[in-house]
Design a protein around this ligand. Sequence first.
Ligand code: NDP
Length: 254
Amino acid sequence: MTSNLTGTTALVTGASSGIGAATARQLAALGASVALVARRRDRLEALAAEIEQAGGTALVIEADITHRAQAQAAVDQTVERFGQLDILVNNAGLMLLGPVVGADPEDWERMIAVNIQGLLHTTHAALPHLLKAAEDSPRRVADIVNISSIAGRVAWNGYGVYNLTKFGVNGFTESLRQEVTQRHVRVGVLEPGGVDTELGSHNTAEVRGEMIDPFYEQTEVLAPEDIADGVGYMVTRPRHASIGELWIMPTDQA
Ligand code: NDP
């Protein structure tokens, strides 16, 4: 069976759970060979087995993308194995909520390290390959999809540094889009509202009880597959059409 992404290679960060895992499944189903990048190898191996069982191709890469050398090695291994890189999905992320007053600055550093620095490391390592794919692959276009958030559009009390990272991702995405779009690397941001994943689970019981659980109890949130569909849409547009921003919300979320 041929499909839109047959013959392409995609790298998905944060592929061990939630949106990243669903996106990897979706891109594999569309025909891409997929490099699965995250720290939890056992999760990645289980997903790779599932993808291969369904007839797809996956490569497990255990990496902490907050380390520049590991992000670079993840890209290098992908290109070594598949010969090219056509699609980068910068999805790995961390959301630690709570007031700025009295916060543990280490929480801020962890969020900035993954949501901003990790995204920069993988993007920097991937760009030469994406530019090459845009020039000489049969598809002659390449893609970066950055998973931002509604928190990259709207600020809320208690979301301070998470807001900072996601607003930053939006600004960086648009700047990079302008830099490379005429070389046919499409750069876009996807901003989900609430999605049913492990994202909230890293918070304290107090934050979960006050800021996260009530929202999930009252809202019919999105499934990770809803976001994966959006990524699939963005990377399967015809070469002349680029989705710069896609904002996907639960219908129930005002
Ligand atoms: P999950 O917690 O399920 O997934 C986060 C992923 O990031 C995991 O696969 C984790 O893998 C990976 N990750 C975290 N740190 C690192 C690291 N240092 N190096 C490599 N990988 C890392 O949450 P989601 O699926 O929800 O999150 C995916 C993205 O979606 C995030 O950017 C998040 O901000 C964004 N988002 C989510 C929303 C939601 O409601 N869920 C709403 C809006 C945006 P591992 O621990 O194995 O390394």
